[in-house]
Write a protein that binds this ligand. Structure first.
Ligand code: ADP
Ligand code: MG
Length: 228
């Protein structure tokens, strides 16, 4: 329990520091990007040079993405409204979102969701949580493999499970999850699960990883069911 409190404090400090740094860095980045985009369209530059401009814009986009991840962690709680959220409707919209972003590599997302599951949560944060988890599931999967999302009521909780048949994780790897910047991907940020852990904790939920190397992973999240 003590360890859990320490972890929470660490996340809070990380978040506050991140917000300050992110804010200071974002503005100059936007200015530089604006200039680069302007030169990119300037006909007087050689094609070679223009390609470099476009590479620079891409790199700035990556930096901006990392920063926006941080800012979502750091947003003050009072800006978040708790709503009564329909789990089935949200999961369906997350599936559509992931499809429309072109994040799938011929992967199917199968759903097995009970009707009338409601939880008290901010809907944007709930979506962000699901997107991060489903994105990880897809990124761990081979082309063509399916990801299954299940949701059901279990006593006083709504239980959501995301199962992939991807490369899986060792015990050691599971222990490192949620540590800022912990990522085994060459283009990963290692911030996705840190954000997930924050959201789960904030709404008195639970998150658990079951995984076998080479076989796949199931992430289980639970939130208290909405009481009438
Ligand atoms: P990122 O996705 O940017 O690497 P995350 O915080 O989302 O950062 O995930 C951290 C790491 O956890 C990943 O790099 C990966 O090694 C591991 N991981 C997360 N989800 C899964 C999964 N479903 N299957 C296998 N590994 C996973
Ligand atoms: Mg991720």
């Amino acid at each position: 329990y003590y360890e859990q409190i320490q972890q929470t404090e660490r996340l809070k400090t990380t978040g506050q520091l991140a917000a300050a740094v992110a804010h200071e860095i974002r503005n100059p980045l936007t200015v530089v990007k604006g200039f680069l985009q302007f030169y990119e369209n300037d006909q007087s530059f050689e094609p070679d040079v223009k390609r470099n401009f476009s590479l620079m814009v891409d790199e700035l986009d990556s930096a901006e993405y990392v920063i926006s991840q941080f800012l979502t962690v750091a947003k003050p709680d009072k800006n978040k409204i708790v709503e009564i959220v329909d789990v089935k409707v949200t999961i369906q919209s997350v599936k559509d979102l992931i499809k429309s972003y072109g994040l799938l590599h011929d992967n199917n997302i199968d759903l097995s969701i009970q009707d009338d599951l409601f939880i008290d949560i901010n809907s944007i944060e709930f979506k962000q949580l699901l997107i991060n988890l489903v994105k990880n599931a897809i990124e761990a999967s081979d082309t063509g493999d399916s990801v299954l999302i299940r949701a059901k009521k279990k006593k006083d909780f709504v239980e959501i499970q995301i199962t992939d048949q991807g490369y899986g994780m060792s015990e050691e790897e599971i222990k490192s999850l949620g540590t800022p910047f912990y990522s085994l991907k060459c283009k990963g940020t290692g911030l996705g699960l840190m954000i997930c852990f924050n959201i789960v904790e904030k709404y008195e939920g639970k998150i658990q990883f079951n995984s076998t190397r080479g076989k796949g992973t199931t992430v289980t999240i639970r939130f208290p069911v909405h009481l009438e």
